[in-house]
Design a protein around this ligand. Structure first.
Ligand SMILES: [Zn+2]
Length: 220
């Protein structure tokens, strides 16, 4: 079932990202944001299923190789140390929160306890694995995140409201991927608060002095 969204989705994950997701090769946070996009986007759900099926066919075509004794145990031991991304069971949401997000939030978006960064911006850290962080961001209409570049990749999925920047306008279900030296200054659209799921693989590099000082204190 697709989540209700008022505007058609115009920003999708690229083929490479979808392939990494479908093949199980994406990091947990990146898998989460792609899975949340799929909750909104029937076209990408279809494409992801096709890519999964394609991956399965390729594996079947590989000739079986005899394994050294103990190789399976060693492989299983290694797997024990890795926590695979599990797609949690679907639960009903009262406010159209994508079901993959609910276990991370502990409920719906309306249950979230926001931490204020300034008068107009708030956030909630969801989890961190090394340099990769997943968080929710919320901006009141018209609020500015501040011009910045990136030390890594920044994935942003709109959950409610919308925002605009130099690259276009983003509505619920739209996924933006920014990398390295791509500079942008997102502004929340008028109307309702803009709530995004954001995944970063490195810190944001703000331009204003105040933000340069404040951002690291909040882990941005
Ligand atoms: Zn899509």
């Amino acid at each position: 079932m697709s989540l209700h969204h008022p505007a058609p989705i115009s920003h999708h994950p690229g083929e490479e990202l979808l392939l990494a997701y479908a093949g199980g090769g994406a990091d947990e946070a990146v898998s989460l944001i792609v899975a949340a996009h799929l909750a909104y986007c029937a076209a990408c759900r279809r494409r992801s299923r096709e890519l999964e099926a394609l991956g399965g066919c390729l594996l079947q075509e590989l000739a079986p190789v005899p394994m050294a004794s103990g190789a399976l145990d060693a492989a299983l031991l290694k797997l024990d140390g890795i926590k695979p991304f599990e797609r949690p069971a679907r639960q009903a949401s009262g406010d159209c929160t994508p079901s993959v997000l609910r276990p991370y939030i502990g409920g719906d978006l309306r249950d979230v306890r926001w931490r204020q960064v300034g008068p107009n911006l708030s956030y909630v850290p969801l989890f961190r694995r090394g340099a990769i962080r997943a968080r929710l961001l919320r901006g009141v209409p018209g609020s500015e995140t501040g011009a910045h570049r990136h030390a890594g990749l920044e994935y942003t999925l709109v959950l409610k409201g919308g925002f605009s920047d130099e690259t276009g306008s983003y509505a619920p279900g739209d996924l933006q991927v920014m990398e390295g030296d791509m500079r942008h200054s997102p502004v929340a659209d008028p109307g309702e608060d803009c709530i995004n799921l954001a995944v970063t693989t490195g810190p944001l590099k703000f331009e204003s002095l105040l933000q340069k000082i404040v951002a690291p204190l909040f882990g941005f």
